[in-house]
Ligand binder design. Sequence first.
Ligand code: NAP
Ligand code: MG
Length: 403
Amino acid sequence: MQKIPMNTPLVEMDGDEMTRILWKYIKDELLLPFVDLQTEYYDLGLEERDRTADQVTKDAANAIMKYGVGVKCATITPNPARVKEYNLKDMYKSPNGTLRAMLDGTVFRAPILVKGIEPCVSNWKKPITIARHAYGDVYKNTEFRVPGPGTAKLVFTAEDGTESVQEIFRFENEGIVQAVYNLDASITSFARSCMEYALNAGEDLWFATKDTISKTYDRDFKEIFEKVYEEEYREKFEKAGISYFYTLIDDAVARIMKCEGGIVWACKNYDGDVFSDMLSSSFGSLAMMTSVLVSPKGYYEYEAAHGTVQKHYYRHLKGETTSTNSVATIYAWTGALRKRGELDGNEELVRFADLLEKATIDTIEDGTMTGDLARITTLEAPKTVDSLGFIKAIRTRLESYIG
Ligand code: NAP
Ligand code: MG
């Protein structure tokens, strides 16, 4: 068989633990036999990050800015226990955080639907994509415990020294106070990313805040979205037959439960944190979720939404068989290959990505799956396979589709 050629390399970012094992299985079984795979390889495994003092992560981000599309394996975010375990020189920042900061993006997460893994919300027939703003708000707050009677004030000092002061509250007793901020530039690029994504997906875009209560802060979000929509996207949306819909966050939650899915739901940072966990658990499993970072400058970074599955890795190291679900990592590759194909006008590559996804879904729907899905499926007598067995089953099916 002639392998599918690639015109431009993908930025490949290897990772850690069990997902690093899956990464190699996926390449060996599902990619290299079929595609003349071109990648620029960056090893974001913790040892290499330590050896290079995390320079390798920055190099990878720069490569994504050069080539446009990257695919990333899950990586360890060091904490004190990891510093000890790997004898690290430093407690490096999360690689995802570094990539997001350098690429200036929004993270989109969508469930992968298969028959036999039913959402808890029975009217959800199509996926719901969460677009989470990953900057500011309560994640960058300043908080203060008020010890007793006194007055809390907000003070802004301009560059020229002029002060604006607003009273927050006159405390008669103990309490708490908190300040948060955001930037128009960050909200604007969030709005653009969401609108680009909705256009790409051909799905309606919803956005919600609490602007009736938060008349300056949340209203700023609402107005920036409206401005970006009116000035840059209205025509494109109308042409694509999709719509932009703004409502209050509590109304959005009520409507989400009643809708049939097939929408992109843009969320402020905290809302996105909370509702993406609600969505992924009601759609079935962390490993059945796609995740892509989209930057308004046209860079794309695909990854799995879950971590490095540490417990399975330790079992793997002891020589025990594992049944780790590789679907999210396979979809990181198919997402990146499809996007690369679209950008390069490489139809064969796009078709390959489609077929690999179809082979993955059909394998599960035919009853062959990893343990995490076998435990929750409504299919009768599912066949539970190990990590490599699952990937080999997909390969057999993929060969028949391609042949
Ligand atoms: P995790 O890797 O998401 O796994 C937590 C648990 O979820 C697993 O023990 C397993 O449950 C289940 N699970 C997750 N993915 C699975 C899969 N593909 N197949 C089957 N089961 C799966 O989280 P963690 O073990 O707490 O974190 C490990 C490391 O991942 C941490 O060092 C963290 O820093 C890193 N992390 C990285 C990313 C990223 O790079 N995007 C994201 C989150 C966390 P059972 O044990 O019940 O089978
Ligand atoms: Mg969370």
